[in-house]
Design a protein around this ligand. Structure first.
Ligand SMILES: [Zn+2]
Length: 200
């Protein structure tokens, strides 16, 4: 089993300040979270930086991702180090992800820029039911949506600053291997959890 923070921003997101080196150092030092998905807004640059720095360490896993801003709301793609072709619609992003071995996750569906109930119109792979920057009520609504759609629920801190890292994470029944982690999430072999840093 591996514990992974599936939603982390670097300074390559327009609204975040965390340096890639900080993420790698903190992940390496963390007592039990040993994997992270880098999900910057509309760019993969932060992932490449983190990956470069992490290559010096054997026991941490960096998963590529992006939090895509679509007109309908945010959509996270995991498992791809490329951006989907434009226009960035939810459907185009899903098609692009299905062509590779990626995974689509609806982040914070009931927060600002969330897909909300329109999530139901799309063939996504998972729903973020525990987000470190989202209220309990909105996380609970996301959990209910995942239950109704019979989709796996995942968690991530959505950290935009170093102090927000690792508040929420996903336990995945997989070893330290990206393909295995993504397959296990798709199969629902997951459990969400939070650390004592989680304040809401
Ligand atoms: Zn985010």
């Amino acid at each position: 089993m591996i514990k992974v923070d599936l939603h982390v921003h670097t300074m390559y997101s327009f609204d975040a300040s965390t340096r890639p080196k900080t993420i790698v150092n903190q992940l390496y030092a963390h007592p039990f979270i040993k994997a992270v998905a880098i999900t910057d807004h509309n760019t993969i640059k932060g992932y490449h930086k983190v990956c470069e720095l992490a290559s010096a360490y054997e026991d941490i896993l960096i998963i590529p991702g992006v939090e895509l801003s679509t007109a309908e709301g945010d959509l996270i793609i995991l498992g791809t180090a490329e951006l989907p072709p434009r226009p960035w619609t939810v459907e185009n992003a899903i098609d692009f992800t299905k062509e590779g071995d990626g995974l689509t996750v609806v982040p914070h569906p009931y927060r600002a820029y969330g897909l909300g109930d329109s999530t139901r119109n799309h063939d996504v792979d998972a729903i973020e039911i525990l987000n470190g920057l989202t209220s309990h009520v909105c996380n609970r609504m996301a959990e209910e949506l995942a239950e109704k759609m019979n989709l796996p629920g995942v968690a991530g801190s959505d950290a935009h600053t170093p102090d927000q890292l690792w508040t929420a994470y996903t336990e995945v029944q997989a070893s330290q291997d990206m393909d295995e982690v993504l397959k296990a999430i798709k199969k629902g072999l997951v459990r969400v959890a939070s650390t004592e840093k989680f304040r809401r």
